[in-house]
Ligand binder design. Structure first.
Ligand code: ITT
Ligand code: MG
Length: 197
């Protein structure tokens, strides 16, 4: 698919959109699904893959363009992988601050050694709404959950997540550093290879 010149990003999350745009660079003209509709599709899948495909198809249908979706989340080992695909809805849609407060509360008595987890990102690219062969790429970013928020960069659970090999939270990394190391960066590196970008 090296003829890809324009695509629509199937996300309504400003933090994600900024990161995806920075990673894609200038070689592809990037539009946002928000230009076509403000209505977010219901994420009814039971896996990151299903939700990524569902969001990509929806954006391709709305725009008539190839569409790239990102379904991602934080999987905490002590919680059996929760919040996982429900990461955005963990505190019933009350937003990032409420999600983070709930996670800290649920893990209050969990000792350091058991606070492991990983960020997960699945990217799905469809050439058109009914594409029978979506391109799927996955990226994982292992780390641990901190006891308090640290840092101002990034979005979502970044202030609570210390990636393995880092001395700081994901929200304390410079945006360019996060964009080289994150779950999203790892999935995007594969996607670019697949597309010849
Ligand atoms: O579905 P779209 O419109 O793309 O936006 P969303 O925010 O609802 O995205 P998801 O359904 O994929 O939910 C992912 C949630 O996981 C969290 N998340 C994903 N990637 C993250 C990252 O890089 N840093 C921090 N939190 C992240 C964050 O809370 C997101 O809201
Ligand atoms: Mg979502």
């Amino acid at each position: 698919m090296s003829d890809l010149t324009e695509l629509v990003l199937a996300s309504h999350n400003a933090g994600k959109l900024k990161e995806l745009q920075a990673m894609l660079g200038d070689r592809v003209r990037v539009r946002s699904v928000g230009e076509f509709s403000q209505v977010e599709p219901e994420e009814t899948g039971l896996s990151f893959v299903e939700n990524a495909i569902l969001k990509a198809r929806n954006a391709a249908r709305l725009s008539g363009l190839p569409a790239l979706a990102d379904d991602s989340g934080l999987a905490v080992d002590a919680l059996g992988g929760a919040p996982g695909i429900y990461s955005a809805r963990y505190a019933d849609g009350k937003g990032d601050a409420a999600n983070n407060a709930k996670l800290l509360d649920v893990l209050r008595d969990v000792p350091d050694a058991e606070r492991t987890g990983q960020f997960v990102c699945v990217l799905a690219l469809v050439r058109h709404a009914d594409d029978p062969l979506p391109i799927l790429c996955e990226g994982l970013w292992p780390g641990r959950i901190l006891h308090a928020a640290q840092g101002e960069h990034g979005f979502g659970y970044d202030p609570l997540f210390q990636p393995d090999g880092e001395a700081v939270s994901a929200a304390e990394l410079a945006p360019a550093e996060k964009n080289q190391r994150s779950h999203r960066a790892r999935a995007m590196a594969q996607l670019k290879q697949r597309l010849g970008l």
